[in-house]
Design a protein around this ligand. Sequence first.
Ligand code: URA
Length: 444
Amino acid sequence: MSNTLVQRMCEAVRSGQKMDLGDLNAFIDGVAQRSIPVSLIEEWLKSVHSNGISVEETTALTAGMMNSGAVLSWQGDSNVCDKHSTGGVGDKMSLILAPALAACGVRVPMLAGRGLGHTGGTIDKLESIPGFNCNLSPEKMSKAVEKVGCCIAAQNDSIAPADGLLYAIRDVTDTVDSIPLITASIVSKKAAEGLNALVLDVKCGQAAFMKTEHDAVQLAESMVRTAISLGIKTVAQVTDMNEPIGTHIGNALEVTGSIFVLQGQGSKDTRELVMLQGGQLLYLTGKAETLEDGKRKIAQVLDNGRALEIFVEMCVQQGTSSSVAQKLATNPQSVVPQANHRTQLTSSRSGYVESIDAMALAEVARELGAGRFSMEDEIIHTVGFVLHSVKNATIAVGETWMTVHHEEALSSEHLAKLANALRISSQRGASFSRLITTVDESKQ
Ligand code: URA
């Protein structure tokens, strides 16, 4: 029976006809229950990847995947919100954003993933905090959010279980880069959180999955349209992912970099991106009059310590001892693991920093153990980089621009690749903005 059903769906997709939505729902149920042979799922994924599907089918696929597991529901105010990033280098935003939003009075039941390809994952970063437990059931997530205002949990099979298997098969059949499949995968998981508002950070550039603005905007439009059709107020921000985000890259280092921002200090670039995403969510949930007002409110809770207090409460709620969480908030380097070796890289010429190649940094970090090549790989939390210089800054010959934190010796290939990642120009470049464009309801 599943054979005929999947064949019928594949034929419809290949001939540009609409799939029967009853068939599609039965297929998603079968995927979630693991009752459809993998070879048939592969065939369907390949036909969707090669031919695409309609907006209506993408929405039905997303809704079906959302309903394949638990869907969180919330009482009271329509103030439940979250953000999703398509994956960046140094992208530590979730660690800062969840507590900052909770400090502004909204609720954030965040589901997050592990590192994918060259990009880092929020869960891997949080697991460098002693005791922090990301394995929360839907009930535990609800309890944590009602108590603290936010939680960050690992994606698991209770929520959108159809995505778990579809994603694993896409990974080995080279069918990941399909706009309808990415849309359904990301939006179904976020919709299952029971959100009222969502911000999508669609990364664009050499170190992103979407290399061009055209592709990033297409993905953004598809996700915004689908999330809105499921009743979630949604805006996508297409942001630059050529330059690394902020000063800290690597799992434990990004926890440290996040705490600096939660202390009201740290990287300006990181702080501004948190304000942009958080401000947008406060505006969408009606907690701010305008986007600018929302940004101001986020800046306020970063400066007055309230976001850091919630971060500490979230760590304690998720298993870290109170004394460790307090120490983490005041002196993160004394809590998160530190690498045995540090190597400083210096500039070979004077001038202005034209660019720092985020992709080159991510590739070296992954090879040194900060990321995985297969899902079974163990990551090394201590490995990464601290940048001392940023795009457009002046730099002198011999000045340190980056410190590499590592456990194994650096090879000459790694050193050469890192040296080439820094480009110096004799002239200062145009001012740099992370935000490339915004996609909202009006652009559908
Ligand atoms: N992240 C997801 O969760 N799903 C995708 O399809 C791509 C990125």
